[in-house]
Design a protein around this ligand. Structure first.
Ligand code: C5J
Length: 224
């Protein structure tokens, strides 16, 4: 068991029932020329969370925790992409349009893959998801239930979109979510800050907020 400092309260974690969930750490969001930049965002704002994610990922792997990665993206024929999602913004840089890292947000294209710094290793499930939530139209819940997971340590991008949506979905399905603040990022620093506040407010309405450093300290203290 691990005692993790968090907001709104510390919590006790059974590592055998805990998974690290890294959400959408994809080139399309974190590197120039991808989906994030096509929407007019400064992708450099997301890169601060890479090193904290890398450190937590290394600690989780050393501990033998289940690590799960997600990727937002669509089939090449766009049959799983709602027109309402595609038909936004400049048509030349929409989902499915060609870009410097291949077709934007399309499965199998270089831009849709995980950044090299956090690349999955053998045995780590990669969940391809068509929506913002990690549970929507995926087998994530089945994988977690089959592994008897009750707690998720969550990092990824962006804090207020796919991380928040996934945490809300997980919370409603009975999982305890601990969002690792420094392991998440947003193109809008204000949204990042408020999104984290929203998770921990009201006695932890969606879960807990901690950070990668506290997690790694707790792992050390537990002799893990
Ligand atoms: C967005 C995501 N922001 N992964 N996706 O469209 O947060």
């Amino acid at each position: 068991m691990l005692n993790l400092q968090a907001q709104p309260s510390a919590l006790s974690i059974d590592l055998a029932r805990t998974a690290l969930l890294l959400i959408d750490m994809q080139r399309d969001f974190l590197e120039p020329g991808g989906f994030g930049e096509s929407l007019g965002n400064d992708v450099s704002l997301l890169r601060d969370c890479i090193e904290p994610c890398r450190a937590v990922l290394a600690a989780a792997r050393a501990q033998g925790l289940l690590v799960i990665h997600t990727r937002e993206g669509h089939r090449p024929d766009l049959s799983d992409a709602p027109p309402a999602k595609i038909n936004r913004g400049d048509p030349s840089v929409r989902i499915g349009a060609p870009g410097p890292m291949g077709r934007i947000l399309i499965r199998g294209e270089p831009g849709q893959d995980i950044i090299p710094e956090l690349y999955p290793i053998a045995g780590e499930p990669v969940i391809d998801k068509p929506g913002k939530g990690s549970f929507y139209q995926t087998d994530l819940e089945l994988i977690l239930k089959n592994r008897n997971i009750d707690t998720l340590l969550v990092g990824g991008v962006t804090t207020e979109v796919c991380v928040h949506t996934s945490v809300r979905e997980a919370n409603d399905r009975g999982f305890r979510c601990v969002v690792l603040a420094d392991c998440c990022g947003s193109y809008f620093p204000e949204f990042h800050r408020v999104a984290l506040q929203m998770v921990a407010a009201q006695g932890g309405i969606f879960g807990w907020v901690s950070d990668g450093e506290k997690l790694r300290q707790a792992l050390q203290q537990a002799g893990a």
